[in-house]
Design a protein around this ligand. Structure first.
Ligand SMILES: Cc1cc2nc3c(=O)[nH]c(=O)nc-3n(C[C@H](O)[C@H](O)[C@H](O)COP(=O)(O)O)c2cc1C
Length: 223
């Protein structure tokens, strides 16, 4: 079992969020998972230009670290997203990566995987950003097992507690993967996303042949 964690903070080793991502991965490792942590700040990722070549051909016009990170996400059984709150949202660096993966959302390429998210904040919006990240995982087809968030303004004890809870979250993630745990409410959401995107591929097959071919190859019709 492989689990990849992506820290969206640019502060690398100094990052509060990284400590939570690390703790989730440590918890998963206790359950036997092989883990890898990626600092987004170490990666060269170009802004999505919105050309939609990926919809048409399945390839991006930019050759940078986004492809490599996505390959690791595809290889993994579990995905952990982490971000600090930056002006009521995730960091630009993490958003930049997510935007580059829009074709993977349309083709539901991460379907069948499990994931969770962690968020740190100065004092507010951690709940909204955690919901955003977990909804984003769902959008890729990933089943979400939970999340952890903490406001640094709540003090070191709260942060320490969040680190402990993140470790439990990581164990939970690994267990969900090992047992193929079912989440019926999310299954309904994920099925409706598959339907939406496969229908879209059918409607847009002349302009986005790659997405049409992808869904055809999957044998998913949903029409
Ligand atoms: C550019 C920037 C924007 C931020 N925006 C917010 C914000 O909107 N609300 C908030 O409560 N904290 C905000 N913060 C504080 C961070 O969310 C907080 O310090 C977080 O724990 C940093 O995580 P990191 O150490 O992983 O980078 C901001 C910090 C920076 C540098």
């Amino acid at each position: 079992m492989k689990i990849i964690g992506i820290n969206g903070s640019p502060r690398k080793e100094a990052s509060n969020t990284r400590k939570l991502v690390r703790s989730v991965l440590d918890g998963a490792a206790e359950q036997g998972a092989e883990t890898e942590l990626i600092d987004i700040a170490d990666q060269m990722i170009t802004f999505c230009s919105g050309c939609l070549t990926c919809y048409t051909t399945g390839s991006c016009i930019f050759d940078d670290d986004a492809q490599e990170i996505f390959a690791l996400m595809q290889e993994a059984d579990g995905i952990v997203l982490g971000s600090p709150v930056y002006i009521l949202s995730i960091t630009g660096q993490l958003k930049q990566l997510l935007d580059r993966l829009t074709d993977a959302i349309h083709c539901q390429m991460l379907s069948g995987k499990y994931g969770c998210s962690v968020v740190t904040t100065g004092g507010s919006s951690d709940q909204e950003v955690l919901v955003y990240l977990n909804r984003t995982l769902n959008l890729f087809g990933v089943t979400v097992v939970g999340g952890e968030r903490v406001a640094m303004a709540s003090g070191p004890e709260a942060f320490h507690e969040a680190i402990t809870d993140s470790r439990i979250l990581g164990r939970n993630l690994a267990e969900a993967i090992a047992t193929k745990r079912r989440y019926p409410e999310q299954e309904a959401v994920l099925t409706s996303l598959q339907k939406l995107f496969s229908q879209y591929a059918e409607v847009a097959k002349e302009i986005y042949p790659h997405q049409y071919d992808f869904w055809q190859a999957k044998g998913e019709t949903h029409r």
